[in-house]
Design a protein around this ligand. Structure first.
Ligand SMILES: Nc1nc2c(ncn2[C@@H]2O[C@H](COP(=O)(O)OP(=O)(O)OP(=O)(O)O)[C@@H](O)[C@H]2O)c(=O)[nH]1
Ligand SMILES: [Mg+2]
Length: 284
């Protein structure tokens, strides 16, 4: 299956919701359809105001608007070898799975990847990631429950430097006793990266679960403010009709969406393209 076909399949249910937008016959119906497509209240009001002034083709109007909203400029950063990619987010969003998928993605692009299993909070987190790493054939630095997560990251970067790895992928915990503790742990990890690389991590990917809805955006604002986020990865787009959530994610967070997760397998990660996404939800 091509990436385009995979994306189209993934967004099938979401597309059904967007169909209603074009069937709406008055502003009230349009408002309802936009809200039910998970675009959010802020953006729904804005689009309705704009559409009042716009007399032409509704679909063309919406297509252009949505592509604009989703097209947040994204520049890949590179400071020094090894490039460090942190994967963060609240519990259960799909961090560990995404680390596995990214390892596979980078490996296929000829990168020499090493994974840091820095979720030292959850039982069996390391085991889960070890299975992925073995499957893909990439190295992993394991950790023990209760170990200092930042120390695991430190060890992995040092090991990467010695063994000429070019990407360090870091899985982090999702749940600690409190959200504050989680933020503190992540800050400490960033600090350790700074110390050893003399720069920030190149990538801090925040994982958002598409099925969570508006709450996911509120959580993301905290991570953006407290840690800094370079890009978003939206997971679990398969099987949900809530794919429209990507639009307020980009609109409210002003952060680029870099990849989307569309299943539980190793190759279920698609690089995000605003054009393809909008085409998949709007075109027949
Ligand atoms: N359908 C689907 N399931 C996914 C996707 N990504 C992750 N999952 C599933 O979501 C569940 C949680 O995934 P994990 O990767 O363990 O999530 P996590 O963020 O690491 O969780 P914690 O470490 O507990 O915070 C697992 O059952 C995954 O298989 C996706 O894109 N699609
Ligand atoms: Mg995990």
């Amino acid at each position: 299956m091509s990436i385009w076909e995979k994306l189209k399949n993934t967004l099938k249910k979401t597309k059904e919701k967007f169909k209603r937008i074009f069937l709406s016959e008055n502003l009230e119906e349009l408002e309802e359809a936009l809200l039910s497509a998970d675009i959010g209240t802020q953006l729904t009001q804005k689009l309705i105001e704009k559409s009042k002034k716009f007399g032409g083709n509704k679909k063309e109007f919406l297509k252009e608007e949505l592509i604009n909203i989703l097209s947040i400029p994204y520049k890949e950063r590179f400071f020094s070898l090894p490039k460090v990619v942190l994967v963060i987010g609240v519990n259960g969003t799909g961090k560990t799975t995404t680390v596995g998928k990214l390892a596979y993605y980078y490996k296929n692009r000829n990168h020499n990847v090493i994974i840091a299993s820095a979720d030292t909070y959850r039982d069996a987190a390391t085991e889960q990631l070890k299975v992925w790493a073995e499957k893909i054939g990439v190295e992993i630095i394991l950790s023990q429950k209760g170990q200092d997560a930042a120390a695991v990251v430190f060890d992995t970067i040092q090991s990467a430097q010695k063994r000429k790895k070019d990407i360090v992928l870091v899985d982090t915990a999702g749940r600690l006793h409190t959200r504050k503790e989680l933020i503190e742990e992540l800050k400490k990890i960033v600090k350790v990266v700074n110390k050893i690389k003399n720069s920030e991590p190149e990538e801090i990917f925040l994982i958002i679960d598409a099925t969570v809805g508006q709450n996911g955006i509120e959580q993301a604002k905290i991570f953006k403010e407290e840690i800094g986020v370079t890009g978003i990865i939206v997971t679990k787009l398969d099987g949900t009709a809530k794919g429209g959530i990507l639009i307020p994610i980009a609109y409210e967070l002003k952060l680029p969406i870099c990849y989307v997760g569309c299943g539980e397998n190793i190759d279920d990660l698609i690089p995000f393209s605003p054009q393809d996404f909008v085409k998949a939800i709007l075109e027949d």
